[in-house]
Design a binder for this molecule. Structure first.
Ligand SMILES: [Zn+2]
Length: 589
């Protein structure tokens, strides 16, 4: 469980066999209560969790309190580990909150004698915030900060003032579903609360967990009650590269009330070293589109565009997501009608029973639709990340340049379901999903991923570098439209025109190329802005034709990139990518 930069922990959920479910769920219920008792008791001492002397959270908790119940020391350690991880995360959020609060309050609170304090500190606060962002310069933290800001603003909207402390707006974060990390135990062979044996030849894992029986007694013979689970190829491949870490037991709670237990099987693998700047010759730039999800272009260090641009259009996908949204809306209105009818029946009315049953069915259907909706979004993020990696590899790019997450582009103002989906697609959530997925996949494959300053990248001509206006389409050049999909260079010597997303992807690639050159000559990393003189204009190789709107992607064909050509992703691209069960685990330390 090292936090070394060259190590990466991957987690794979394995559903426990049916015969082990009841015991595991009972165990999770018991441990959840303990975890929640710890969180609640130590919540007033949250600040102490902002300093860490050990990577094990349980050690910190053990110094502060002892187990509220006597059910085995190693069991307690695992529970303390979970509680400690949550408290550490909250302590981090709290320090970030201390930074943003004075900024939020500025100008909103009537000046009293002390009122200038925040103003005086403004510079320092700004600097601190910048540092905080830089520490995680791809914008990951910015997204987290955003959720904090939203939380504070919601508090303001309800209460008419900002919270005086973090704790005032944050309820105690108790667990709603159980999770038990075995990291506090003594390892798979010696563990006092679990035993685990991996058999690579048989491709299976044998697991035994210590659990309380139905009467609450902890079984002494738990080591003999083993269960076997098959290890999928994916995990086996990872195990060959790395080693298994202590797993976690986790409860999954379906919206319809069904519960099940999974084992999060965790593998630590070494990460390929990131590409060195000196060997880089070209860069892949990508942009989040207005019309297309991702547009990518490759530019070399001399400022030549290499190959054709790539578009990931999501037309049919948008349609399907929109249909699911409509279905949800429809089901919701049905629920509302039924509820109204039910409330009209007197108590004990025989018509109540079928109505209640019908309501339960509808609610289950709604939950199912949401699950489908969210799973598709995740798949899309994985698909986009895979495609970008594939393109970078195919064109020999060791750097992928993307737009920083910090910019919030709002697009698709449509009021219909498709417009709403487009809106949602472009919000921080799905961008974050793609960014994190891409970052982690690049990390594993040794490709560098660097954010670029997004300012003006979609309003600058990639060919001559002069500011450019955008328009609705080539047929609407009489009115400038800031959100228009068509960019036209106003420089009479140049007059380049093309899809706005395409222009942005070229500009972002130009920024990446400048970054490479800067690193190669100075050895330092620097993120130029599009206005910097060092950013080279892109000249064209003869093969590239100017693009027409809409992007030249027949609706039935989703992917188009020179020769990489897939007919309908349902046939050619596995929607649920092999990575979809992997998540980046932030282990303590
Ligand atoms: Zn131009």
């Amino acid at each position: 469980m090292r936090s070394d930069r060259d190590q990466q922990s991957l987690s794979y959920p394995l559903r426990l066999p049916n015969e082990a479910q009841a015991d595991a769920l009972r165990l999770l219920d018991v441990s959840r209560e303990v975890v929640n008792t710890v969180i609640t008791s130590l919540w007033p001492r949250l600040d102490e969790f902002s300093t860490r002397e050990t990577r094990y959270a349980y050690k910190q908790v053990e110094e502060m309190m002892s187990s509220p119940v006597a059910h085995g020391h190693r069991q307690w350690r695992c529970e303390a580990e979970q509680a400690g991880r949550i408290l550490r995360g909250q302590a981090e959020r709290k320090s970030a909150f201390a930074l943003i609060l004075p900024i939020l309050e500025q100008g909103m609170i009537q000046p009293k004698t002390e009122a200038k304090r925040a103003g005086k500190n403004r510079k320092a606060i700004k600097q601190a915030l910048t540092d905080l962002r830089e520490a995680n310069s791809d914008g990951g933290n910015a997204v987290e900060l955003q959720s904090l800001i939203e939380q504070a603003c919601n508090f303001y909207l309800v209460n008419g003032c900002f919270p005086e402390s973090y704790e005032q707006m944050q309820t105690i974060p108790v667990l709603k579903t159980g999770i038990l990390p075995y990291a506090g135990d003594d390892g798979p062979a010696m563990g006092q609360s679990y035993r685990m044996q991996i058999d690579l030849e048989q491709k299976q894992v044998t697991l035994a967990i210590r659990y309380p029986d139905e009467a609450g007694q902890w079984a002494r013979t738990w080591r003999e009650k083993t269960t076997k689970m098959a290890l999928p190829e994916q995990i086996l491949a990872r195990l060959k590269q790395g080693e298994a870490l202590a797993p976690s037991l986790r409860e999954i709670n379906q919206p319809d009330g069904t519960r099940s237990a999974v084992l999060d099987f965790i593998v630590q693998v070494p990460v390929t070293e990131a590409a060195s700047w000196s060997s880089m010759r070209s860069v892949l730039g990508f942009d989040w589109g207005v019309r297309t999800l991702v547009t990518a272009s490759v530019v070399d260090l001399e400022g030549h565009q290499v190959g054709r641009p790539f578009f990931l259009d999501t037309g049919p996908f948008d349609g399907r997501q929109a249909r699911t949204r409509r279905q949800i809306d429809l089901l919701k209105s049905k629920v509302a009608r039924l509820e109204a009818r039910r409330d009209g029946f007197p108590e004990g009315d025989p018509r109540l029973t079928p109505t209640t049953r019908q309501l339960a069915v509808l609610r289950r259907e709604i939950a199912q639709c949401w699950r489908k909706y969210e799973a598709r979004n995740k798949d899309l993020a994985h698909l986009a990340a895979n495609v970008l990696l594939l393109l970078a590899t195919a064109s020999g790019c060791e750097l992928i340049a993307g737009e920083s997450l910090k910019s919030m582009k709002s697009t698709g103002r449509g009021r219909n379901a498709q417009g709403r989906w487009r809106n949602w697609r472009n919000n921080a959530q799905i961008r974050g999903e793609l960014w994190h997925t891409l970052r982690y996949k690049c990390f594993l494959s040794g490709i560098r991923l660097e954010w670029q300053q997004p300012r003006k990248t979609s309003h600058t001509c990639p060919h001559c570098g002069k500011p450019a206006d955008t328009y609705r389409s080539p047929a609407h050049l009489d009115t400038v439209n800031d959100w228009g999909a068509w960019l036209v260079c106003s420089n009479s010597q140049c007059q380049w025109n093309g899809s706005r997303d395409y222009a942005a992807s070229l500009n972002i690639a130009r920024l990446g190329a400048t970054e490479i050159l800067h690193a190669q000559t100075t050895g330092r990393i620097f993120h130029p802005s599009i206005a910097d003189a060092a950013v080279k204009a892109v000249s064209y190789m003869g093969t590239v034709a100017v693009l027409r709107l809409p992007p030249p992607v027949p609706r039935g064909r989703l992917l188009y990139a020179g020769r990489i050509y897939l007919n309908g992703w349902r046939n050619s691209v596995k929607l649920r990518s092999s990575y979809s069960t992997e998540t980046m685990l932030k282990l303590c330390g």
